[in-house]
Write a protein that binds this ligand. Structure first.
Ligand code: SAM
Length: 296
């Protein structure tokens, strides 16, 4: 998977070299490149924002700068705003040019879509090469584990981090109209200063699902929000079995795997029903047996 992130603070993503995500990059499972949006500005102040049309507080991110940046990253040579970043940003330009070459070699069209697919959305659904353009936005639908799972099958993701009062609404609309698979997601019902933290959250949720990312692939099978029955996970314990007078549930040390499974499922259903009744309400009824229902 190839991931490009555009931000006015690309340093936020230096930490992606750490821990499991760093190892995944070493193993070649994922390539992450953070770009500075200001590299696509042409004025002396490298400005990326302007006052809101219609008035109001704060600043809004300008469509022209985003347009030039995203045209380049998406390899849209006919984009009406297509221009190279100004001199002095050779690293990014080289990256983008290298990427265009790589796309040619891999049989992608110049807009990044797979040659055999009718549209980026089709190719993405098929787990093929269509890039997905993602903007974090507090007023968008909530990003879920199901989204992370679906996006982990894409070959290329491009994240655009908003700042200030957000980005000009025409930016996602424009690329949607160009046939790009554009997503906007909120990571929760609160407002952050910028999209960097939101992108970090989505990035981690998506990449940990890449085949080969986890040492033990089983560890992502039975997790909260995961699978056909997205319940909260049961409570977990480790040794010692008694700690400060508190003992783990005896059934977990019984060695009876059937009983342990049943106990954990009961826990998961009871906890989900108490903490996240909305998840239970969305569950497909046939997956709950009579025993399960008695717990609700
Ligand atoms: N004026 C916007 C509003 O009230 O909806 C808030 C803009 S926020 C200060 C700046 C940027 O942070 C957004 O464009 C978005 O990229 C990011 N952001 C803030 N909160 C977020 C959230 N809960 N989920 C995803 N992105 C968020």
């Amino acid at each position: 998977m190839q991931i490009d992130i555009v931000s006015v603070f690309p340093e936020y993503f230096d930490v992606t070299g750490l821990s499991l995500l760093g190892k995944a990059q070493e193993k070649g499972l994922v390539t992450i490149r953070a770009h500075n949006l200001r590299d696509w500005t042409h004025d002396v102040h490298h400005s990326v924002d302007d006052t809101p049309v219609g008035g109001g507080a704060g600043m809004v991110m300008k469509p022209e700068v985003w347009g030039q940046c995203l045209d380049d990253l998406l390899g849209m040579p006919d984009g009406p705003t297509q221009q190279q970043p100004p001199s002095g940003q050779t690293a990014n330009t080289a990256d983008v040019n290298g990427q265009k070459e790589a796309m040619k070699r891999s049989g992608e069209k110049s807009d990044g879509t797979a040659a055999e697919a009718d549209s980026p959305a089709d190719s993405y659904k098929a787990g093929a090469a269509g890039p997905v353009l993602i903007f974090p936005n507090p007023s968008a639908p909530l990003f879920t584990q199901a989204d992370a799972t679906a996006l982990s099958r894409a070959k290329r993701l491009i994240f655009g981090c908003g700042r200030y009062e957000g980005y000009d609404a025409r930016i996602p609309d424009y690329y949607r109209n160009q046939g790009v698979d554009v997503r906007e997601y909120s990571i929760g019902d609160y407002v952050l200063n910028g999209g960097e933290v939101a992108v970090s959250v989505m990035l981690e949720a998506i990449t940990r699902l890449l085949p080969g990312f986890m040492g033990n692939p089983e560890s992502i099978v039975q997790e909260s929000y995961t699978g056909d029955e997205p319940l909260l996970e049961y409570r977990q314990y480790t040794r010692p079995t008694t700690w400060r007078g508190m003992t783990v549930p005896a059934i977990l040390t019984s060695g009876d795997h059937g009983k342990v499974d049943r106990f954990r499922r009961d826990e998961a259903i009871k906890r989900t029903s108490r903490i996240r009744p909305d998840l239970i309400a969305r569950l497909d009824c046939p997956t709950l047996d009579k025993h399960d229902r008695r717990l609700l």
